[in-house]
Design a protein around this ligand. Sequence first.
Ligand SMILES: Cc1cc2nc3c(=O)[nH]c(=O)nc-3n(C[C@H](O)[C@H](O)[C@H](O)COP(=O)(O)O)c2cc1C
Length: 375
Amino acid sequence: MSSLRRTTRTDGEGMHLGIFMPNCSNAYSISTYKLVPDDWTFESNLAVTRVAEEVGFDFLFPVSRWRGFGGECNYLGNSLETMTWASALLAHTTRIGIFSTVHVPVFHPLVVAKMGATLDHIGRGRWGINIVSGWCKGEFQMMGLDILDHDERYRRTEQFIECVTGLWREKPGTFEYESEWYEIRGGYVSPQPPVQPPIVNAGTSDAARDLVAKHCDWSFMCPPTLEIAAEIAADVKARARRLGRSVRCVAAVQALWADRAEDAETEREKTVAGADPVAIQNWAGELGIESGSFDDTPLDAYAFGAGALPVVGTRETVAETLRDLYEVGIDGVLFCFHDFLNDTRRVGDEIVPLLREIGIAREPALRASERASTA
Ligand SMILES: Cc1cc2nc3c(=O)[nH]c(=O)nc-3n(C[C@H](O)[C@H](O)[C@H](O)COP(=O)(O)O)c2cc1C
């Protein structure tokens, strides 16, 4: 038994545990160094999914990309499209939540509402959607699509969400919508989803925070520090409260832990030493310049975890960081790993028992860990 301080937060429901899945190559270190060979294949995603469900993770989350970012590693150059990816994983699972990510400029909202309703039927209410405005010009230019100015993109995203949720809620055949971007007459989506799917947005700019407060259930972020996570969570939740809504927040963390903290640190250093400067420039340069949201992220954090909060040390370091995030208003963690399959299992074996001690483990993980400890 270790002696970790229990959480002092009383208004939460435990820390939701998620995985930023390896549905893309080089997920998610912009580095040529790999602890284990890179594996973005469906077989690998399915293997991670099965372990995640078994050890009590709450949700799986993909990245959506249409092309890679060059450099020596061609960062995210292979990727599995996330609607079709989720469809197969939902069919192979029974409990865990699974998200897809869509880029607003690429789809018509009625098509997304239809595909989403289908996915939610396949998963019997376990599917969710991350609706992103898009920022990578190269992806959209390839399709002959223009990219709008930053805040205009969010205005379009707001209209997109209004269409999708309207089609999911209103009687099929009755949804009417007319705006600058979309016109829907007698919008018909049937069947509708069995459960209203949770909506995520993963931006943290001023425009994104307003959108999340008004229309989303979850705000996902890559906070460079605990303090920034605290500021974003407090602000997004306050904006939602002012509208009579509530929003939960998830922070992406790049977790690397070993029995001896020095060993984890050595691995981190090897990953940073293998930084792929061209891919970092192509990815972070454009994203950072576009939004300003990554201005505080040091270069090493891109090489190590593409901007996710680095958490390096022992299992206690990971558990205590999760507690600290929880106490500043973060409701869920999106784990990025260096060895997805093994680390997913290790969260169940090594981290969840500590979360139980701290008082932030949630029901599925608690049950799985109790089963394991009495086996
Ligand atoms: C956890 C997380 C996941 C994201 N996933 C994607 C994605 O799959 N595709 C994409 O184009 N952008 C993705 N983004 C980028 C965001 O959608 C957004 O463009 C970026 O955070 C900048 O937004 P902002 O300027 O509003 O802060 C992701 C961001 C975060 C934090």
